[in-house]
Structure formats: structure tokens, C-alpha cells
Design a protein around this ligand. Sequence first.
Ligand code: ADP
Length: 354
Amino acid sequence: MKTKLKLEKIYKRYGNKTVLKALDLEVEDGEFMVVLGPSGMGKSTLLRVIVGIEDLTAGRVIVDGKDVSNLPPNRRDIAMVFQNYALYPNMTAYKNIAFPLRMNKMPPAKIKKKVSEIAETLKIADILDRDISLLSGGQKQRVALARCLVRNPKMFLLDEPLSNLDARVRFSARTELKKLQKELGYTFVYVTHDQQEASTLADRVAVLRNGQIDQLDDYENLINAPRSKWLGDFVGDFPMNFIDGNMIGIEGKEIGFRDSWISEQGNEISATVEYCQVNEDIYRAYCKIDSGSEAEDDNKIVASDDSKAKVILRVAKRYNPGDRIQFSLERYNVYSGGILESTSSSQKNSKVTS
Ligand code: ADP
């Protein structure tokens, strides 16, 4: 697959604050790349740097093999769709879409042809005469996309483009966006803090943390084998549960928690949580062992052998003191010093990249 976008050792500083730090990322031609991360991690900054509306402190932005780092935004051929779409509210959809072409002094007849082709593709031909202020959120999104598409850009950057839509429209807009991207073969770099968007839209997800890509992987692998405890806490619909214990040995199929220990019964072990606490934003559940209760299929166990020998569980829900936990030894990760050391052999798709 051809590389569409290559970011090399990107730095962005505001005063003495470093937002992006030696960030590397490669996006393939036709890929839907989602950049996922909590607010304030620099996701929007990253897009602004790629499109060129923000200067780089250091590093290179390479599009189709060409270094565009020093080119102004209008010569980079990259379209950016903003969260609020940045449409002109008092113009019709047609005028909004035609705007960049008029700026480029394209002859009116050619503009008309281009706009109607795009409108046909995006199924908005029937709303071209309407004022933007009268359109629904989903329609506005398509008009904003159309305005980018008419310029035939090399790639698209999208900054949380669905976050202003209400939940139901968001769902259909998401499906439509993905379909469109695949049908037209566009390269998308899509920024969001929303896990669901990452899981449904992305070919690959790049998690942005401390100015760098912490893990680049498909969403499934990110969930199954987050390469750090921080990622284990961040990715997924709910954070991992972290449970302290003494690991007697996974090889021997025995795991102990604190002073107690358990052995595998069939393929299952069970435990009772003694107490839970939130520590440095990491949710820990301390447990005492029980055995013999019924298994839940979805549960995953994650174990660590760092100095304190922590056993970390990812289970289907958060547990309360006194709850009984049951989990399967089929799925676990071993973390050492907070970093993924290995994944259980029976885990599916356990490819790990760093
Ligand atoms: P995200 O999109 O992940 O929420 P942003 O890229 O908006 O994060 O911001 C990352 C950090 O950079 C934030 O701490 C923000 O305050 C800072 N930042 C963004 N733009 C500027 C700016 N123009 N001047 C100074 N600091 C900025």
C-alpha cells in the first residue's frame, strides 16, 4: 500500500509548552486513520500542523512523497473539515460549495458542473438552493464535505466533525461517512476523543498521548493488547480493573492475589473483591479468591509481574467491594513496569505494535 502521509519527528511548542514531541506517523493511501486521545492532548494541533495553518516547530510533513512542511495551506492540497463545519450561514448550500472554486477563478459554467457532480455523489442535489441555516446537522456535514471535495484534495483532515450532531443523526452520519470514504477511496485523518467513533470508523487507530503516538493499531488489538497500563485504562468502553496480587505463575496456571492464591479450575478462576480504590486515575480492585461460581464469557484477565506483582483484570463491568469476580485465563496480558510484556497465547489477533 502506498504511503499518503508521513509525519517525521513533528514538534509543536507554544512558548515553553511542548504539545507534539517527535511524533511519527504514516497513513496509507485510502486509509481511515483515527487519531484518538483525551481532550487537550494535541489532536487539533496535529491536524492544524498537517494542513499548514499552524507552523511546525520542527519535523517534516510529507504528502505523496513530497515535503510540504514549508508550503502555505492552499498549496498543500489537503482539505480540513472543522467541528462546526465553518459554513457561511447566510449563503445557500450551492454558494458554500462553489466558494473555493470561485476563489480560484474557475469559470461559472465549470463551477456549476463540478458542484452538481459532487452534490449528486453526496445526495444533496435537492437542497442546493437552501440556506445553510435551514439545513439539518447531517445535511450541513455533507455540504461541508462537498465544499472540500470540489477542490479534489489529496486527503482529508476531520476534526471531530460529528460532535455537534444529536445522537441519532450522529449514528447515521458516521455510517455514511465511512461508506463515502471507502467508495471514493479517500484518505482520512479523523480526530476524536470518542471510543465508539474510533471503533466503528477506523482502519487503524493512533492513540495520541504526551505529544506522541502511544499505540498505532486496529481497534480490536488496542482493546485486547493495550501496550501500557495507561492505554488499558483509556481504551474500551470502560477502563480495566486493576487488581493487586502475587503472581505465582501463569505457566503453571496458578495465580495468587496478595496472600491468598488460586488455581485454575478447568479454564476458569474466580475471586472476591476486598475493596476498590482509585489511585492516580487507575482503578484498582483488591480481591480475595473464591472458586466455583459461573463464568462470564466476555471477561478478560490481564496480569502483571512488576515488582508488586499486580494482576490486572479487564472485565465486563466495574466491581464493588464484596462482588465476586470470575474470569477466564484464556485472555490476559502481562505488564512489567506498566508496559506490556506479553499477551496470552490463545488471544486472538494479538499483534502488538509500539
Ligand atoms: P485536543 O484537540 O487534543 O483537545 P489541542 O490540540 O486543542 O488538544 O490542544 C493541545 C494543547 O495545546 C492544549 O493544552 C492547549 O491549551 C494548547 N494549545 C492549543 N493551541 C494553542 C495556542 N494557539 N497557544 C497556546 N497553547 C495552545
